[in-house]
Design a protein around this ligand. Structure first.
Ligand SMILES: Nc1ncnc2c1ncn2[C@@H]1O[C@H](COP(=O)(O)OP(=O)(O)OP(=O)(O)O)[C@@H](O)[C@H]1O
Ligand SMILES: [Mg+2]
Length: 267
């Protein structure tokens, strides 16, 4: 039965013109049960964004299969069941913050799906005072928060997030991590989350998938057995550090497996 999970099997993808011996993704297997919070972490260029775009139905793959709750990524995207927060948030410059957040919900009303109140979402990401501003008036981090609020607006079955907090200061980042967990628990969405932060991956996830580069593939899958809710006590406790060290060690071996010395340009 695949309706209860996302299944990626033997996925390979090479971009046109790239070295066919070094595809962006090579023989990637991944299984994500519905409702799980899963993070992808790995060196720059290992194919995390590519994998997200394939699962989002935005990019075609060469070989292998991708099933999202028993459907194809394209069909899930057409049904507006997938929310994506891309690595650089794409907002409509001629619409204000509130209209940007409510846009997918307005489209979705016609698609017959429920939607979340845009004012509530703006409050949750701390942008209620910026509702009437336009994207060019916002900082990079504020734009990212608009994109996060917008992705939740459609109450997606699957939420794909590509380094959504990378442009934020540490305190805003930590606050938004807890907000995100709150939204995730309330909406029982499945989340696939890309990050470069080991702490963030461990804090948020049920499972951390460590990838290695050249070609991009799954290096190791680590379970995070921290209790939920992940309140301050949990995310500052000693168990978190043990898990962080485990992910860091895995990343180190993934990095050694993937990086050739001639890829690195000395500063
Ligand atoms: N549109 C594209 N056309 C050609 N090659 C691409 C394209 N997008 C990505 N690539 C290549 O595919 C590989 C994986 O890229 P991807 O953006 O998925 O990596 P990533 O893991 O998200 O990296 P980062 O952590 O830096 O965001 C890289 O070698 C990159 O150069
Ligand atoms: Mg990326």
């Amino acid at each position: 039965m695949t309706g209860d999970r996302i299944e990626v099997r033997g996925l390979t993808k090479a971009y046109e013109g790239a070295d066919p011996l070094r595809p962006a993704l090579h023989d990637v297997d991944l299984e994500i049960p519905r409702g799980r919070f899963v993070s992808l972490i790995g060196p720059s260029g290992c194919g995390k964004s590519t994998l997200l775009r394939v699962v989002a139905g935005l990019e075609r793959h060469d070989t292998g299969t991708v099933s999202v709750f028993g459907s194809t990524p394209e069909r899930m995207a057409a049904a507006k069941a997938v929310g994506l927060v891309p690595q650089s948030p794409a907002l409509l410059p001629w619409q204000n913050v509130r209209r940007n957040v409510s846009l997918p919900s307005r489209v979705n009303r016609r698609a017959g799906r429920g939607s979340e109140d845009p004012d509530l979402l703006l409050r949750m990401v701390g942008l209620e005072d910026a509702a009437r501003k336009y994207p060019h008036e916002l900082s990079g981090g504020m734009r990212q928060r608009v994109a996060i609020a917008r992705a939740f607006g459609i109450r997606p079955d699957l939420l794909l997030m590509d380094e959504p907090f990378s442009a934020l200061d540490e305190f805003t980042r930590e606050a938004l991590q807890l907000q995100l967990l709150g939204l995730w628990e309330r909406m029982s969405t499945t989340v696939l989350f890309v990050t470069h932060s080991v702490r963030e991956a461990v804090t948020l996830s049920d499972t951390v998938v460590v990838m290695s580069a050249r070609p991009g593939r799954v290096h190791e899958v680590l379970d995070v057995d921290l209790p939920r809710p992940r309140d301050r006590g949990v995310v500052t406790g000693p168990r978190l550090h043990v898990l962080e060290d485990r992910v860091r060690a895995s990343l180190q071996t993934a990095w050694e497996a993937g990086a050739a010395p001639d890829d690195l340009v000395p500063l």
